[in-house]
Design a protein around this ligand. Structure first.
Ligand SMILES: [Fe+2]
Ligand SMILES: [Fe+2]
Length: 190
């Protein structure tokens, strides 16, 4: 478990609740991208048995999340959108170092941070929504996503020295908080 270095302010929740259909469109994309990331790690590191097992679990959960968000969208008459670049994810990706081992570790740790920030924000949505089906869905989702960030860090520690993982995570968490503070508030998960 680790803690993010900043908290999302109330202005983000306000913007998101102000255009919830647009938020759902972005949220659906995020779930689909999380699924794609898990399967891409399987493709890049097929010899790492524990990683493959863990990523298959994550991929199945993210696929389920995507389907749930899509069902909510359908009920609201809302359509999926084509992909737009996520400045938050793009910013984190600038931190991926070259080198076989360092690149692998950075991919795991940036994924962990994306999961942690998503979890924080989905939790804020769950808190802010009026009691009902949608609130219950975001509550359950937050609980599920809470496991993912720890899982990615655990994989980092499975394949790299603990000391190395905590040092790198420390640097990436500082970077994430600074970068996020400089980004505009969007009707989006990040
Ligand atoms: Fe998810
Ligand atoms: Fe996740």
């Amino acid at each position: 478990m680790f803690h993010l270095r900043s908290r999302t302010g109330p202005e983000w929740t306000e913007v998101v609740l102000g255009d919830f259909d647009a938020f759902l469109r972005d949220h659906a994309s995020c779930e689909r991208k999380a699924l794609a990331t898990a399967m891409s790690l399987v493709g890049h590191y097929p010899d790492k048995v524990e990683l493959v097992d863990a990523m298959l679990e994550v991929a199945l959960e993210e696929l389920d999340h995507f389907r749930c968000v899509w069902e909510i969208m359908r009920e609201r008459g809302c359509k999926l959108a084509s992909d737009v670049k996520d400045p938050y994810v793009a910013g984190l990706r600038t931190q991926l170092r070259r080198g076989k081992d360092t690149y692998f570790l950075d991919r795991l740790l940036t994924s962990a941070i994306i999961e942690a920030r998503s979890c924080e924000r989905l939790g804020l949505v769950a808190e802010a929504l009026q009691p009902g089906k949608l609130k219950d869905f975001y509550r359950e989702l937050t609980q599920c996503e809470a496991r993912h960030h720890a899982l990615f860090v655990g994989l980092g520690e499975r394949y790299h020295a603990r000391e190395l993982v905590s040092q790198r995570l420390d640097g990436l968490l500082d970077f994430e908080a600074e970068m996020l503070a400089a980004l505009p508030v969007r009707v989006a998960v990040h």
